[in-house]
Design a protein around this ligand. Sequence first.
Ligand code: PGA
Length: 247
Amino acid sequence: MQKLIAGNWKMNGRLGDLDAVAAIAGAASAYPSVDTALCLPATLIAPAAARVPGYAIGAQDCHMAVSGAHTGCLSGAMLKEAGASLTIVGHSERRAAQGESDADVRAKALAARAEDLSVIVCVGETEAERDAGEAEMVVLAQLAASLPDEAASDWLSVAYEPVWAIGTGRIPSTEDVAAMHGAIRAALQARFGDDGAAMRILYGGSMNGDNAASLLAVPNVDGGLIGGASLSAEKFLPIVAAAAAAN
Ligand code: PGA
């Protein structure tokens, strides 16, 4: 399966950083065997889409409603019109800081899909949950409740992101990654049949040019969701290169 390396710029990036977007899009084109995308702050979606036409620019969230009294939120149609072709939903930072539930995440995924956006649904355990031996149970419960029945491999990817690995420089052992991705794969196949075998499962959390090759070699790791190391071509491209080598 073709790997997907998606950047998540979080609340970073202003107009001056469009040069970095262009540098990443240009350099990524040298790796046609890897899908890449950049999920940008909403304010950069339209100017980035204009700067790198044809490159996959994404959002970091999508409201579940089509329109209405939702101050500060953006609908799938708005994101699409701005030039997004995909969106993240259910990132742990939003689950924690905005109180998003699994049901919210599921509704957001469907709302994005209704506008033909591809979707990356994030799941992941906290450090306390891992220490308590509950990581797999927590992640599989999130997965079950966050994915809509309509999920299909041609528009939806899962990102497994241990909360304690995000932005910390710490990553799980490859054995732990293999175990979790294997459990997610089994759950996807049990629910979606053959198409569950084709859904991409990304790893996220402190992935960088130094650890990407070993993470991307783990069975059922079909790409990465990259935060800090997606902010420049110098940091992002080695991950894309590692994905190309792992194909
Ligand atoms: P990180 O973030 O790569 O900076 O750890 C990943 C994410 O939050 O998606």
